[in-house]
Design a protein around this ligand. Structure first.
Ligand SMILES: NC(=O)c1ccc[n+]([C@@H]2O[C@H](COP(=O)([O-])OP(=O)(O)OC[C@H]3O[C@@H](n4cnc5c(N)ncnc54)[C@H](O)[C@@H]3O)[C@@H](O)[C@H]2O)c1
Length: 364
């Protein structure tokens, strides 16, 4: 496709990778292209990269030499999932996903969660609108900084260290981003998640910086929760929460819980953002490669559709993003749901239904 003069044009790198990644990314691209053709306000060109565990097995590398420079040419990256049964998870995660997020300084990981129309929370009496959260995850350091090592391998006195890193620079920038995110939402409420009772250095710096940055945002109401107490609050008082900021590890865990409380991990999106916009940001469903359902055609594509909407929003196509989510929720409401949401539909059924809804949209 060549760009037309009047539309916004975006070049998107697609990395479907492993397991159900290729299934849901194919669904996402079909839906995005239908949206672009129908609305005619923007154009997308996808460049496919076959970086996966299969590439790793063949070449010894997930990302070929020069691969990151190649990615930098695009406006955004649409990512599936990485992980294969015969490759250790720390090799696949550090070989591909973290090998993109960290050098491209995608330091803000944003994970919205809400109960979509037509879906149900496993929580009794929790309806659409009762659970509407955004989790902001520090995405460049903390517990996943990659600091540590192993010595005396195989001996009884073998040791391994995994050191969490909290830099003032890193904490300040994620706190500022989280306060800005909370400020843009109607409730203007931020919960800072911590574990500073037990982790008395890094997490204490985390808390102190949160207090300092809060002074820049007097209109944002802020509270602090220890991460263990946060899990119970998410389950027992979901309405009391709006925006959450947490460290790399804490938010990783809390966001899977959030997705399950909203109905399924199969609906939850993630954005790995470089808020400076110096580098392309990367968008992916929260879920992993889901070996247990790979190839069965039942992977829920809704997480990827929502991810695609988040990508459009970040690129500036806010109306298109909103309309895509309306189509997705209309399809959920019609009962076309995959088994994880209690339905019988396949990935293809849900995708076809969303595309059919998109085709009904008026040309902008
Ligand atoms: N960002 C990533 O690339 C990422 C994230 C998490 C896990 N992983 C990797 O994925 C592999 C499997 O990890 P896991 O089993 O812990 O997590 P997972 O998210 O792949 O699966 C957990 C459960 O959720 C279900 N599930 C996930 N996505 C679904 C969808 N779209 N529709 C319906 N059901 C869905 C799976 O069937 C499984 O029962 C591992 O190698 C892990 O390292 C990668």
């Amino acid at each position: 496709m060549s760009p037309s003069a009047h539309n916004s044009f975006y070049s998107i790198a697609s990395i479907p990778a492993d397991g159900i990644g290729p299934e849901v990314i194919a669904a996402g691209i079909e839906t995005l292209q239908a949206l672009a053709q129908t609305l005619q306000t923007f154009e997308l060109q996808f460049h496919h990269y076959d970086w996966s565990s299969e590439t790793y097995r063949k070449t010894g590398k997930y990302i070929p030499d020069g691969g990151l420079d190649e990615l930098k040419k695009h406006d955004a990256i649409l990512f599936g999932a990485v992980g294969a049964p015969d490759v250790p998870d720390h090799i696949s995660l550090w070989g591909l996903r973290l090998a993109i997020c960290q050098p491209l300084q995608q330091y803000a990981n944003v994970r919205p969660t809400r109960i979509l129309r037509g879906t149900e929370s496993p929580l009794r009496r929790c309806e659409t609108g009762d659970l509407d959260w955004v989790i902001v995850r520090e995405n460049s350091e903390g517990e996943y900084a990659g600091q540590g090592g192993r010595s005396h391998r195989g001996f009884p006195w073998e040791i391994a260290t995994e050191t969490a890193i909290f830099s003032r620079h890193g904490v300040e920038r994620i706190m500022r981003f989280a306060f800005e995110t909370a400020q843009k939402r109607p409730r203007k409420h931020l919960t800072v998640v911590s574990k500073s009772n037990a982790q008395r250095n890094g997490m204490v710096l985390w808390d102190e910086v949160a207090v300092e940055i809060a002074r820049e945002f007097p209109d944002v109401q802020v509270d602090k929760m220890l991460v263990d107490a946060m899990t119970t609050r998410m389950v027992l008082k979901p309405k009391s929460i709006d925006t959450i900021v947490a460290s790399n590890l804490h938010a990783d865990i809390l966001s899977d819980l959030a997705a399950a409380l909203a109905g399924s991990i199969g609906i939850a999106p993630t954005s790995n953002l470089d808020p400076t916009r110096q580098h392309p940001s990367m968008f992916e469903p929260i879920h992993g490669s889901a070996f247990d359902i790979t190839g069965k055609g039942v992977a829920n594509p809704v997480a990827t559709f929502w991810t695609a909407a988040e990508m459009l929003d970040w690129l500036g196509e806010k109306d298109a993003a909103r309309q895509l989510m309306q189509c997705v929720e209309t399809v959920c409401e019609s009962g076309t749901l995959t088994p994880d949401l209690g339905g019988m539909a396949t990935t293809k059924d849900v995708t076809a239904a969303v595309v059919a809804e998109i085709r009904k949209l008026p040309r902008s």
